[in-house]
Design a protein around this ligand. Structure first.
Ligand SMILES: [Fe+2]
Length: 241
């Protein structure tokens, strides 16, 4: 399986604090059937001041250490980009590492604030689309406003945004509200991929299989594999594994 959204790099955001913990996460991912992880550190103005250059360097170093340690995990890197007006200049300065490609467009993993969908977010999406950038909205099932009303997500679906739902949310690890919304989004056929959004080995582990199994009961077995294997591979430009 291929995980398109996770925080495995040590000391770069709210993922693992040190290398030893990061290696434990990587080992766990491998034992959970994940062969490739696209690490997506936060780019969040004033909180996590990451950019393409430092993320790429950290990911390359992490891959080197994984190889030395004999941990069979392939690392690619992107970023989880917090919705902010800074995105406009980041795009111009080529500061954003893309998640991959979708129908010839670059894909950006876009994070809304957890409590609401900001006014004007749809305008930013329109602007991104004009630049040939297709946003993939990170974990909409955990956004409080979208949990209350799926109508809040509709403008973004109509614009053609991709959706990443958290595998653990489908399996109930983020509570009943998030589970119900995740199931609803799967049922509507709006979900592009499931990803772990792993941060640690406690509540947010690098696992996809429990979510895939829960999703299979809603969308069927074939589509459940599309969510964790075929579509992530296509976006990240990786071999299906
Ligand atoms: Fe994340």
């Amino acid at each position: 399986m291929i995980d398109l959204h996770c925080h495995l790099l040590p000391g770069i955001d709210d993922g693992p604090e040190d290398l030893a913990t990061a290696l434990q996460l990587a080992r766990h991912a491998v034992s959970a059937g994940i062969r490739s992880s696209v690490v997506t550190p936060h780019m969040h103005v004033g909180r996590y001041n990451n950019s393409a250059a430092n993320i790429r360097a950290a990911a390359a170093e992490f891959q080197r250490i994984l190889d030395v340690e004999g941990i069979a995990l392939q690392i690619r890197c992107a970023a989880e980009v917090r919705l902010d007006h800074e995105i406009l200049s980041w795009v111009g300065e080529e500061q954003i590492p893309w998640l991959g490609q979708w129908q010839g467009e670059r894909v950006m993993l876009l994070e809304f604030p957890h409590g609401h969908v900001p006014v004007g977010a749809d305008k930013l999406v329109v602007w991104l689309l004009k630049q040939g950038i297709r946003p993939m909205i990170a974990h909409p099932e955990r956004n409080k406003e979208i949990m209350r009303s799926v109508e809040k997500l509709l403008p973004f679906i109509r614009l053609g945004c991709l959706l990443q739902v958290t595998a653990g949310a489908v399996a109930g690890a983020f509570g009943e509200g998030a589970r119900a919304r995740a199931v609803d989004l799967l049922d509507k056929g709006w979900v592009t991929v499931l990803a772990s959004d792993a941060h640690n080995l406690e509540a947010r582990r690098p696992e996809l299989e429990p979510g895939r199994i829960a999703a299979a009961a809603i969308v069927g077995d074939d589509e459940s594999w599309n969510l964790v294997r075929h579509r992530p591979a296509r976006i990240a430009g990786l071999e299906v594994n």
